[in-house]
Design a protein around this ligand. Structure first.
Ligand code: CMP
Length: 143
């Protein structure tokens, strides 16, 4: 089954948006399989955002994501990577459609509340980077 990594960035935690974000994905029908609150290390943040190394916003990006607690979440479900990108909205919140997380809750490109993996390959790499195998659960509903 497909999995994706979401990060509620430090701005989202500080603005008390964690519940709102979890709720959107849970209500949509995706399955929560991993969750933790972490102050990201510089080393892992640099690996996570490796593809942006050398870009003008890279240093700011790494220093912002490591500036305080962030919530790391893995959701599972059919098409979860693509659907999550739609639910998140465009990178620049000013271009994000209403109804998306960024379109409803953000205005600033740097402080855009949430990260979501951009492909299945990125999701696999990012989940492995932030979670140990024993921190991601496979479970079934018995109700
Ligand atoms: P995210 O989805 O976490 O992936 C890369 C992040 O870089 C992006 O969200 C933005 O928060 C941040 N960023 C800052 N400036 C830019 C920019 N000019 N272009 C793309 N991403 C940017």
């Amino acid at each position: 089954m497909d999995r994706t990594l979401l990060i509620v960035k430090p701005d989202g935690v500080q603005r008390n948006l964690v519940g709102e974000i979890l709720s959107r994905w849970e209500k949509r029908g995706f399955k929560l399989v991993a969750l933790k609150l972490v102050v990201p290390s510089k080393e892992l943040a640099e690996q996570h955002y490796g593809e942006h190394k050398g870009k003008p916003f890279y240093d700011k990006l790494v220093s912002f994501i490591t500036s305080g607690p962030a919530v790391f979440i893995v959701f599972e479900g059919k098409g979860v990577v693509e659907t999550s990108r739609k639910m998140i909205g465009a990178t620049n919140p000013l271009n994000s459609e209403p109804g998306t997380v960024r379109g409803d809750l953000a205005v600033d490109m740097g402080r855009n509340v949430i990260h979501g993996s951009d492909s299945k390959d990125s999701a696999a790499r990012e989940i492995k980077l932030w979670f140990g195998d024993n921190e991601v659960f496979s479970w079934t509903s018995h109700s």
